[in-house]
Design a protein around this ligand. Structure first.
Ligand SMILES: [Cu+2]
Length: 428
């Protein structure tokens, strides 16, 4: 993908610069690149148009664009996709350009943006540009501000990106189904002055939730609240990218919530400020320090912090049911129940039957038990000290002294200085 993106950005710059493109080619639709990868693509500096510092989409990528007579042109294709939630589980979703969420769209304040939307779904759709100030007729509400885009058709949205900030896109057509199927994406408008609120690393992800019965691949779309997979960019722990930083970096994390409940996002090891909301940037004197920010349904928040000190710091939703995977929801509460007599008789019928949960559920973090195909353990992941016992909306903020600027590769687990790890008490 990286090569492809560089090719598209680079080719656009050189060919347009040389004035060699025929009018007919410019009148044609821009390419609608696609990927089947769920791995983070490194940020790609723009080679044309106003300069900006690109964002990094966890387990995702940004949509290439081309310049056409002063317009930035993008091409989204709404279509059925397959998304790996974590190794061992893949879902059949609807998304854009090969993935759910769709690619991040990046532009600069003042840019004139033209977005072609091709519908390859079995039903009609639209795209609403959530939070962006634009003409009413470009707002993407099917029936209210435009006719729906029928299957097989391409519609065009045109607007000027008037203010910088953190936005999202999603359908406003059969919304319950299309959002439950994973149709959404991030939209970042960078400030006109690249030095304004400049950061060293600028991460983004969208929260979405799915109800996928273990052993199946397609979400149940009528579920209102009882989802069993809580995702960041349609990924669950341990499949979510780590946020890798160099010690001392100024870091921004942009988050949007398109689930049906709020998510208190908690970061260990440091304090942060809410630097941006749905409506724009928060003035320095109006911010206060936090370690948890609650992100309500439909909201976006951009938090900022100095990446200090070095370590492996958990970052997760603080609703503990949102840091578990699908297996957890139908397990009866057995805490304090002596199951041994029952287990004895059950083993006669089911050899190998295991007693679970009578001393809590931590056993499940290390238990190797047969799972239905295409599902994930409820509590999973292994760290340097043993099972991490998490799932869902959990990842690790990795701050390292020797991480190179701009390097997002995983540095491995933190090497704790001697004497800084908690230890067992022995009377000796
Ligand atoms: Cu949550």
């Amino acid at each position: 993908m990286t090569t492809r993106r560089e090719f598209i950005y680079g080719a656009g710059a050189s060919i347009l610069g040389a004035g060699l493109v025929a009018r007919s080619a410019l009148a044609a639709l821009p390419e609608s690149p696609s990927t089947d990868l769920a791995t983070m693509q490194p940020p790609s500096e723009p080679s044309q148009g106003r300069h900006y510092h690109p964002v990094v989409t966890l387990n995702g990528w940004s949509l290439p664009w081309r310049m056409n007579n002063g317009w930035k042109e993008y091409h989204l294709t709404a279509e059925p996709v397959e998304r790996e939630f974590a190794p061992g589980m893949t879902a059949r979703l609807w998304g854009y350009n090969g993935q759910s969420p769709g690619p991040t769209i990046e532009c600069v304040e003042g840019d004139k943006v033209r977005i072609f939307v091709t519908n390859r779904l079995p039903e009609h759709t639209t795209i609403h540009w959530h939070g962006i100030l634009l003409p009413s007729g470009m707002d993407g509400v099917g029936g209210l501000t435009q006719p729906h885009i029928p299957p097989g058709k391409t519609y065009v949205y045109e607007f000027e990106a008037k203010h910088s900030g953190t936005f999202m896109y999603h359908p406003h057509a059969d919304e319950m189904v299309q959002m439950a199927m994973g149709m959404m994406g991030f939209f970042v408008v960078h400030p006109r002055d690249p030095e304004f609120m400049k950061v060293d690393r600028d991460f983004c992800f969208l929260m979405s939730a799915y109800d996928i019965e273990p052993g199946t691949m397609t979400p149940r779309v009528n579920t209102m609240l009882d989802f069993n997979l809580w995702t960041w960019n349609s990924r669950v722990f341990p499949g979510i990218d780590h946020l890798v930083c160099r010690e001392g970096d100024r870091v921004r994390v942009r988050m949007g919530n398109l689930t049906m409940t709020n998510h208190p996002i908690h970061v260990h090891g440091l304090t942060f400020e809410v630097a941006g909301t749905d409506g724009g940037w928060v003035r320095k004197e109006a911010r206060w320090p936090e370690v948890t920010v609650d992100i309500a349904i439909g909201q976006m928040r951009a938090i900022e912090f100095d990446a200090v000190p070095a370590g492996d710091w958990a970052m997760h939703c603080h609703k503990s049911h949102h840091t578990m995977n699908a297996m957890g929801h139908d397990v009866p509460n057995m805490i304090g129940v002596d199951q041994r007599p029952v287990a004895e008789s059950l083993r006669k019928l089911l050899p190998g039957y295991m007693v679970m949960g009578e001393r809590g559920m931590a056993d499940m973090g290390e238990m190797v038990m047969p799972l239905p195909e295409n599902t994930l353990p409820m509590m999973t992941g292994t760290g340097p000290f043993g099972p991490i016992e998490m799932g869902g909306m959990f990842t690790v903020l990795k701050i390292r002294k020797d991480q190179r600027p701009g390097d997002y590769t995983d540095p491995g687990w933190y090497n704790h200085p001697p004497g800084t790890v908690c230890f067992e008490y022995t009377s000796a």
